[in-house]
Design a protein around this ligand. Sequence first.
Ligand SMILES: Cc1cc2nc3c(=O)[nH]c(=O)nc-3n(C[C@H](O)[C@H](O)[C@H](O)COP(=O)(O)OP(=O)(O)OC[C@H]3O[C@@H](n4cnc5c(N)ncnc54)[C@H](O)[C@@H]3O)c2cc1C
Length: 418
Amino acid sequence: MEIIVIGGGAAGFFGAIHAAQAPHTHVTLLEAGRQPLTKVRVSGGGRCNVTHHCFEPSQLVQNYPRGGKALRGAFSRFQALDVVHWFSAEGVKLKTEADGRMFPITDDSETIVEALMFAAKKAGVHLRNNVLVQKIEKLGKSDEESKFELLLKGGETLVCDRLLLATGSSPSGYAIARSLGHNLEPPVPSLFTFNIKDPQLHQLAGVSVNPANVKLLGVSPTKKNSSRNQLEQSGAMLVTHWGLSGPAVLKLSAWAARQLHDCQYQAPLAVNWIPALKAEAVKQILLTAKTEQPKKFVSNYCPVEISLRLWEYLLTKANVELEKRWADLSNKEMQQILNALTASEYAIAGKGVFKEEFVTCGGICLQDVNFQTMESKICRGLYFAGEILDIDGVTGGFNFQNAWTTAWIAAQGINQTV
Ligand SMILES: Cc1cc2nc3c(=O)[nH]c(=O)nc-3n(C[C@H](O)[C@H](O)[C@H](O)COP(=O)(O)OP(=O)(O)OC[C@H]3O[C@@H](n4cnc5c(N)ncnc54)[C@H](O)[C@@H]3O)c2cc1C
């Protein structure tokens, strides 16, 4: 049986390697670029965050702003622990960092590239680079078992019995899927930083706070993917020369990717710089400071656990004179400090590009895919895997996990029909 996999990324390789395990199959992997696995190479800052140390499917799915529900069953069949075992069997040991991210012990994405290349070769996958698939035609009715004809750039045609489309977020992959009758959730960016026009904030560049809480204001949850508490995220946050970054901000950008796109990345944001304490407790701490340290300058004595630099900035944001003594603060000023600490407002004015990891929200509608096999419900013999689907995760290795899992299931689905 002739199987063609389009897209030499994580999903395409994993799918091709596993599809080639069945007897009497011949798998060809077509990659448009000069070399495959480009994203794996650059991923995780060159270290490749392969997956996440989360081996409970019901918890794993909570890291997917889109697709978590559909992945629940898929993860019960092939999850992060299976990935760890697979790489281990291929001679690649993974290690876990304090935040749960898993990397090869070499800290080098090339280790993952080499393992995938070697496994593909061992399985007999025929890899062809520099091959852009332009068009696909189903020979026969789309709901019948029949062959596919692929038109390549340059005019060559190929015919196959089963097709796995793993073209990531490439427009040509989306166009092929649409031409075969599939619906597409419009692709928009996910995992980005926030630009904030506040020169005083920019002066704090490099300051990180852990945890901070960030909350989008004036944005309604969509019925599909966000509840109100998903528009509020906690975690480490980093001040940059342009605005705000770090895991809390990236998570929020992912959960609200579509809403932020719809408002052209212009929305109010509230930051709680000390979310570990309830507002009432912070109020008490400020009152205690006032009674116990009345003579101290407010800028010299910070009663909460933040850096003095950040404290000074927040006093300025609260419109409180730095030379004031604690005893001289009015009730209004005390309230302003409380607000600055627990609910500072900012205007998001555009998105930054986070170079470590970004992903696309949107893609093939999940209703068009049978998650038992990853086969299209619209076009028999066609399978999907990876980022081309309307699935995306937050940072931490979840996007590769989606690629490994859906590709593995697609390969099993294909092999069942062999
Ligand atoms: C800078 C960066 C860092 C990242 N780091 C991480 C990380 O550490 N951990 C993590 O989990 N996720 C990370 N991600 C996200 C992750 O890389 C993607 O989710 C994942 O690579 C998707 O895999 P895929 O195989 O579905 O698609 P891709 O990796 O995009 O592969 C698709 C392939 O298909 C090829 N192709 C497209 N169209 C055609 C066509 N018509 N004909 C032939 N070939 C075609 C493309 O050239 C490409 O090679 C990162 C993303 C970026 C951009």
